[in-house]
Every structure is written in structure tokens, then in C-alpha cells.
Design a protein around this ligand. Structure first.
Ligand code: AMP
Length: 568
């Protein structure tokens, strides 16, 4: 039985929820560059810094330890301009790739916005990545500059064994030399005349096969960021907004950097990792009004108990949203109990650049559903087969979730993988790789992934990248990696490993291989579990059948095994 709706008494809201906002209208809410053009950093920072919002706090930064640092729009403008000028003096020009591996510190925001001012292709990387995922991405993106900290440099970059031939500079932002260089740079900088189709961000995401995919995004996406900030996140001018995602993942960039700043609201940035007590304290002290978080975090808060939530007074909190993985109906109900409001699930992915489907403030919430397509977004359930493409008219029918191509924040390509990009589209539809259903009321329900990628704590992990790192261990003959269901983080990465002759399975070897994987891949990507297996199931063409490994792990029917060739 489908869970009931949560009817919202909209008259009880202090502020009326934002109504539908078309893209043309959203575009008109932006300034555009003086003299023509469009640049995200201009819309997010410069126009506010030169106008009425100059002294409003843009970011309130909570360091792991120490005092909160408020940064006004004017300060953000000046600090990002200094960064832009330093990058420019190093030869960074429009189209060059700047990677940022910093953790959630103010310099990350200065570097990203400074890079955008220059028209660089900016790629924030997750600081929990190990040396290998970092090097792979820098090389794929032909990174010219890598911005990092001394500690991350020592822990990660210095340990990269492969050459990074395009990299000309590694900037360590917290060294006295670099601080002096920044201080000497001008706090003013002319924003590069970018247009809506010029590259803004490179976001890496994972597929089933091969190495990561570099999704190319453009400055025109800012129209979508503005529109979704209003329609899906209900941003109003006086809001205090907190997006808990790290900018190393697309949510932390689109909604942790761009959207709140474009709206001129105050955005909370917390350097620390999840901690239930700390999070409630921040929500309370900062009077957060709109909160955007993720199912894993909500499940961890649920574990900490509703009592803890109720010990805090959160009268300013008006709207809570979640993204990245399925949000269980219980979590939505828990929101009602602990926070006094439902949690609004929404759906999107790296390739879409912004929220596509949402339980918006103006809609009743269906717990367990991702919501409805936003205004201007056309979503459908499709079947793709030998007979071609069928757009499924019937409700409650499972199929692949597809979106009508052409929304402003759509990715414009996969770096150097034209064919892979082309294959995502047919007949004007973009195929998301997710399986879903639509009900009679037009709400969409997530069913699962159509491929083997793993979602762990909201992070998309490509099994191939993990298998490749495991295979580099001298004891490993072959490896197959799956997502094993987990009640808190959704899935954990589990590896099945067969050993080369001469190696014996055992606890010690298991720990050694786990340690090897963590060192190479970092904690966010490395497997949490390893199981030795004398052989792994393969297709006759030699591909490891992850689907079968997963079915066996879960005790499910093995399905079609006609191509199976189990090898020792
Ligand atoms: P990423 O590109 O890392 O943001 O991951 C995108 C993928 O996360 C989607 O294709 C889905 O598989 C999953 N995802 C995102 N939002 C939701 C949601 N609300 N419910 C279920 N799965 C989601």
C-alpha cells in the first residue's frame, strides 16, 4: 500500500511558498555581465558586492575548532578576485582547468569563485579521495593548477605515483608564501566575458565500466540554480540556508556554493564532518531557515534520537529537503516528529546540474516519493529495447527515468567521451540510468539503478575504479565490487576477491588488501568489506558478473545466467 500524503497547511507558513518560475523569468532575475554575457561568479557575488547586499553575510564558516567566521559579499568578492588575479598571473586563462582539493574552508570558496571569474573550468574534488582518484581526475581534466592545503598536499598529492603532465602549479593555500602572494594581489578583477555555453564546472561521476566520467557544465546553468533555489528549496531573501554537502560532489557546488549566493542569502558552511550534536547546535544558533541535506545524514540523526532534536529550539526552520539517495518514508515521518515538518525528497544527478524532480513546498509530500518534475522539466518512464524507444503511458509501470533534453543546467558533454555522451540521448530524451515509476498523481518513485554503480552515503562510486585499485595488490588475481545494502549509508562497497596462486586467504591478508585500497582510493571510495572467493562469475566474454555476485550476496534468484562462465 502506498504511504499517505502529508497535507501541508500552507496558510500556516510564515511565508507563502514560491510559485512556479519559468526559465525565462529566472533569467530575467539575473543581471548578465555588463556589456553582455553570463558568468556564475558575477551573478553569485559581484552583482551583490556592488549593490545593496555588499555588507550582508554571504558565508558563515564554522571551522572544526575556533570561532565562526562571517564573510560578507564584499569580502567574498575581494578574496575571490585576489585568487583570480593570482591564477591569472600564473597563466590561467579562459578554458583552463583548475582543480580545488581543500576541504570546506573559505579558500575553497575563494578559489572556485576566482576560477569562475577567469572563465576557467573549475573542478572541486572531495578531500576524502585518495591519491589515485585525485590523479585520475586531474589527468582526465588536463588540470593546469591544483589548489590544496599543506596537510592535504603531504597526505595525498605528495603520494601520487603517476605523472600529471598537464599540471603546472600546485598551490598550498595555507603556506606563508601563498598568503603573502594573495595579500599582494589586487582585490579587484575584471570578470571574463563568458557566455551561457562556456564551461564553468567539471564534475566527475562514475559509471559501471571504465574510469570516471567528467561531466562538463556551463555558465548558463545559473538560470536553473536560481529557479530551483526558489521553486524546490523555497529560498526567500532573508533566509539562512545550509547545504550540508561537500563541494566535491555536485550538490555541494550547485547548492552549497552557487544557489544560495545567487539568491543573496546567507549560507552556512561547516568544515567538520557529521556530528549530530554539532549539527543541531548549528541549526539552532544560526537560525537556519532552509536546510538541504541527505538521507544518510538524516538516518544518522534518526539513530541519535528525536529527543536530541527536541532539546533544541528551531523556530526559524521552515523547509527541509534531502537528495542523493532514496529517502525512506520513515525518515519523512521522523521529520514531522523531530523537526515539526516533513523532509522533502528531491531528485537529480551530476549530469542534470540541478534539481529536476521534487516535493516542492507548494506540493503535498508523498513520503517515499521523489516528488514531481519541476516547472519546465518533462520527465517520463521509458523502455529501451530492440524495438526502439517506448515512452510508457501507463502509470505505476517500472522503466528508465528519462528527461526531455534542453534544460539550462544540462551537462554539455563527457570529457573526451563523445560517444558515451551521445548514447545518453535519443529522440530528444536524456536517459538517466535510474529505474523509476510514476503514479496517477504524477509523482515519481525511485526503484533502483539500471547499472552497477554504488551509492554509499550519497556518493556515487564506480565499481571499476575500485576493482582496478584492488587488482594492483600483488595478491589479487581478480576483483568484483558491488553495493551491499546498509541501513544507514544505503550501500557499502563490498569486494569479492580471488587470489593469485601462492597466496592464502586469511584475516591478515584481508586487512592488508583493505589497507592498500584505502591508501589508494581514500576512505570514501575504498571497500568496507572483502570476501575471498576461489573464483568469480564471469560472462563468456570475460566480464565479471557483478549482478550475480550481488544476487548471491543477497540470497536472491540469480536470473539469466546463460552467459555465465565461472572460472577459477
Ligand atoms: P550523483 O550524480 O552522484 O549526484 O548521483 C545521482 C544518482 O543518485 C541518481 O542517478 C540516483 O541514482 C541517486 N539519487 C539522487 N537523488 C535521489 C533520490 N531522491 N532518490 C533516490 N535516488 C537518488
Amino acid at each position: 500500500m502506498r504511504p499517505p500524503l502529508i497535507h501541508k497547511d500552507l496558510t500556516a507558513l510564515a511565508l507563502p511558498p514560491n510559485a512556479a518560475l519559468g526559465w525565462d523569468e529566472a533569467r530575467r532575475m539575473l543581471d548578465g555581465l555588463p556589456g553582455g554575457g553570463l558568468n556564475i561568479a558575477w551573478e553569485a557575488v559581484e552583482r551583490h558586492a556592488r549593490g545593496a547586499l555588499a555588507d550582508r553575510v554571504a558565508i558563515r564558516w564554522h571551522p572544526v575548532a575556533g570561532n565562526v567566521r562571517p564573510i560578507t559579499y564584499r569580502e567574498l568578492s575581494e578574496a575571490s578576485s585576489r585568487f583570480a588575479n593570482v591564477l591569472r598571473s600564473l597563466g590561467v586563462a579562459k578554458g583552463d582547468a583548475v582543480f580545488v582539493l581543500c576541504g570546506r574552508i573559505p579558500d575553497l570558496y575563494f578559489a572556485v569563485l576566482g576560477g569562475l571569474k577567469l572563465g576557467a573550468a573549475v573542478s572541486p574534488l572531495f578531500s576524502a579521495f585518495g591519491p589515485e582518484p585525485i590523479a585520475t581526475r586531474v589527468n582526465m581534466g588536463r588540470g593546469k593548477v591544483l589548489v590544496t592545503t599543506e596537510a592535504l598536499y603531504q597526505r595525498k598529492i605528495a603520494k601520487i605515483a603517476v605523472p600529471m603532465p598537464t599540471l603546472e602549479h600546485v598551490l598550498r593555500v595555507d603556506t606563508p608564501e601563498f598568503r603573502a602572494t594573495l595579500a599582494a594581489a589586487s582585490p579587484q578583477c575584471e570578470v571574463e566575458r563568458t557566455g551561457p555555453e562556456d564551461t564553468s564546472f567539471l564534475h566527475f561521476t562514475s559509471g559501471t565500466t571504465g574510469m570516471p566520467k567528467g561531466a562538463v557544465h556551463v555558465h548558463g546553468a545559473v538560470v536553473m540554480h536560481y529557479a530551483t533555489g526558489r521553486v524546490a528549496l523555497d529560498l526567500h531573501p532573508e533566509d539562512v540556508f545550509w547545504c550540508t554537502a561537500d563541494p566535491g560532489w555536485v550538490t555541494g557546488t550547485s547548492y552549497g556554493i552557487v544557489t544560495p549566493l545567487v539568491h543573496g542569502v546567507t549560507s552556512i558552511v561547516d568544515e567538520a564532518d557529521f556530528d549530530a550534536v554539532r549539527w543541531y547546535r548549528i541549526l539552532e544558533e544560526e537560525r537556519v531557515s532552509v536546510w538541504y541535506t541527505a538521507p544518510t545524514a538524516i538516518r544518522m540523526l534518526m539513530k541519535a534520537g528525536a529527543e536530541l532534536a527536541k532539546r533544541h529550539s528551531l523556530p526559524s526552520l521552515r523547509f527541509v529537503a534531502s537528495v542523493g539517495e532514496p529517502l525512506n518514508p520513515e525518515a519523512v515521518w521522523w521529520g514531522m516528529d523531530a523537526l515539526g515538518m516533513p523532509i522533502h525528497d528531491n531528485w537529480w544527478q551530476t549530469e542534470t546540474g540541478g534539481i529536476m524532480i521534487a516535493n516542492t513546498p507548494a506540493l503535498d509530500v508523498k513520503p517515499g516519493s521523489m516528488g514531481k518534475p519541476l516547472p519546465g522539466v518533462e520527465a517520463a518512464i521509458v523502455h529501451r529495447g530492440e524495438a526502439g524507444l517506448e515512452v510508457v503511458a501507463a502509470n505505476d509501470t517500472e522503466g528508465e527515468l528519462a528527461l526531455r533534453a534542453g534544460w539550462p543546467s544540462m551537462f554539455r558533454g563527457y570529457l573526451d567521451q563523445e560517444e558515451r555522451y551521445r548514447k545518453c540521448f535519443a529522440d530528444g530524451w536524456y536517459f538517466t540510468g535510474d529505474l523509476a515509476k510514476r503514479d496517477a498523481d504524477g509523482y515519481f518513485w525511485f526503484v533502483g539503478r539500471a547499472d552497477d554503480v554504488i551509492k554509499s552515503a550519497g556518493h556515487l562510486i564506480g565499481p571499476f575504479e575500485v576493482e582496478s585499485a584492488l587488482m594492483e595488490h600483488p595478491a589479487v588475481a581478480e576483483a568484483g565490487v558491488i553495493g551491499k545494502p546498509d541501513p544507514v549509508v544505503g550501500e557499502i562497497v563490498k569486494a569479492f576477491v580471488s587470489l593469485r596462486s601462492g597466496f592464502q586467504p586469511g584475516e591478515e591478508l584481508k586487512m592488508e588488501i583493505l589497507g592498500h585500497a584505502r591508501k589508494r582510493l581514500g576512505a570514501a571510495v575504498a571497500p568496507k568489506e572483502i570476501e575471498f572467493s576461489a573464483s568469480l562469475p564471469r560472462t563468456r566474454s570475460g566480464k565479471i558478473m557483478r549482478r550475480l555476485l550481488k544476487a548471491r550476496e543477497l540470497g536472491l534468484p540469480e536470473g539469466d545466467t546463460s552467459t555465465l562462465e565461472e572460472s577459477a
